[in-house]
Write a protein that binds this ligand. Structure first.
Ligand code: SF4
Ligand code: SF4
Length: 235
């Protein structure tokens, strides 16, 4: 059973993603007819290039929450991808997870706006998407770091374009009340890892729309508006 895992920047051309996937299949020695599932992250479930690929090839699309993807051990994690979508891997992790237990036939391949990885799993039906989203209630009570947040270490990443020219990020004035975590409509805020010597909350800049709702509910006036590249993130 073959799974194709993909990541795509916002607005990635469909032809670019298709060409990258075809190159990956060729490298794996796999035919398109052998593919059983196209996999990605939940945040890419409505990306036009991903949907176009699934429709054109007749592959079912399975997407996974960032928390589920972050728990998958992959050979090429990316700190930049984690910064944008909350998991250090999309293509490799989603391919492996879609047909788990599985092995990678082709590790992450990159083009200007997309990534692709090919995995082979045991025979059987691909699993349904799992909702492993972070529980806001748990975060509210503990502010623990989610799995995988401390995993990436500055490796290659695709170009990812954030949706907003301005994002909101917490400062050291944060008191840890958790109100913003429950309020953010995009679920763009995450607790910092315990070892991070910075603000206790991090903003996933690819999800933040700059709506300012976190700013409005914060009793500590702890949010500041920043350009996405200025938002704090562990080195
Ligand atoms: S609402 Fe303000 S004080 Fe409360 S967790 Fe968010 S940033 Fe921190
Ligand atoms: S500005 Fe809006 S989307 Fe961004 S972190 Fe705050 S509440 Fe979430």
């Amino acid at each position: 059973m073959i799974a194709v895992g993909v990541g795509a920047s916002r607005g990635c051309p469909a032809a670019e993603l298709a060409a990258l996937v075809d190159a990956g299949l060729h490298a794996a020695g796999v035919r398109g007819a052998d593919v059983r599932v196209l996999a990605s992250a939940d945040v890419k479930a409505r990306e036009p290039a991903v949907l176009a690929l699934a429709a054109a090839r007749g592959w079912p699309l399975r997407t996974f929450a960032a928390g589920a993807l972050a728990a998958v051990d992959v050979p090429t994690p990316s700190a930049t991808v984690a910064r944008h979508v909350g998991t250090p891997s999309v293509a490799e992790a989603s391919a492996l997870l879609a047909v788990a237990p599985a092995e990678l036939l082709v590790a992450k391949q990159r083009s200007a706006h997309a990534t692709c990885a090919i995995a082979r799993g045991a025979t059987g039906r691909p699993p349904a998407s799992r909702d492993d989203s972070i529980s806001y209630g748990e975060i509210h009570s503990s502010l623990d770091a989610p799995d995988g947040l401390d995993a990436p270490d500055g490796l290659d990443a695709p170009t990812v374009t954030g949706p907003s020219a301005i994002v909101y990020a917490a400062t050291a004035d944060c008191k840890g009340c958790g109100a913003c975590l429950m309020t953010c409509p995009e679920r763009a805020l995450r607790p910092s890892p315990a070892w991070f010597d910075g603000p206790p909350l991090l903003t996933l800049v690819d999800l933040c729309t700059g709506c300012g709702e976190c700013l409005e509910v914060c009793p500590a006036d702890a949010f500041v508006a920043l350009a996405p590249e200025e938002a704090p993130w562990p080195a």
